[in-house]
Design a protein. Structure first.
Length: 161
């Protein structure tokens, strides 16, 4: 199995996991984060599929961290409600972080074994996006685990006492 075929399987598995996680996650912010990343993973899968078919690939300039800001802005009222994340929600985000780290490492490791510049550029882009996804999941995990401190650090508040 080629690196591109393995990457296709990884992206397919990620889509399935994130869809299921979104359905099981009780916290609305967590649910929305998973759904946001599903769309990125679908785009990854399409680019890999096009590459396998020998089609030209258009690598979109995306920034997954912008999506998290949009979600947090759109859901501000729900965020202010005291909705506790379950241990299952937090565990799903831990698994997601592991998956994204493994994905990034896979793309970096196999980049040099690819034959064309298009393949190498795609793997480089996917590695960068997986790193961004890791940050999204890490940020969301920290928000769900300790919302009060998350706001303090994200807003750069100074604790006066």
């Amino acid at each position: 199995m080629s690196a591109i075929e393995i990457a296709t399987k990884m992206e397919t598995d990620a889509i399935k996991f994130y869809k299921e996680a979104s359905e099981k996650t009780s916290h609305p912010v967590g649910k929305q984060m998973f759904l946001s990343i599903v769309e990125d993973e679908k785009r990854h899968l399409q680019m890999l599929s096009d590459l396998l078919k020998g089609l030209s690939i258009k690598i979109a300039d995306t920034h997954p961290m912008q999506n998290i800001k949009t979600v947090f802005e759109d859901m501000k009222d729900k965020m202010m409600q005291r909705i506790s994340a379950s241990n299952d929600d937090l565990e799903a985000f831990k698994i997601a972080m592991e998956m994204e780290a493994e994905g990034k490492n896979f793309y970096i490791k196999h980049m040099d074994s690819l034959n064309t510049d298009a393949e190498k550029n795609l793997f480089k882009t996917l590695a960068q996006e997986e790193e961004e996804h890791f940050k999204v999941f890490s940020n969301t995990y920290n928000f769900l685990k300790d919302t009060g401190n998350w706001f303090m650090w994200e807003e750069r508040s100074i604790v006066e006492g």
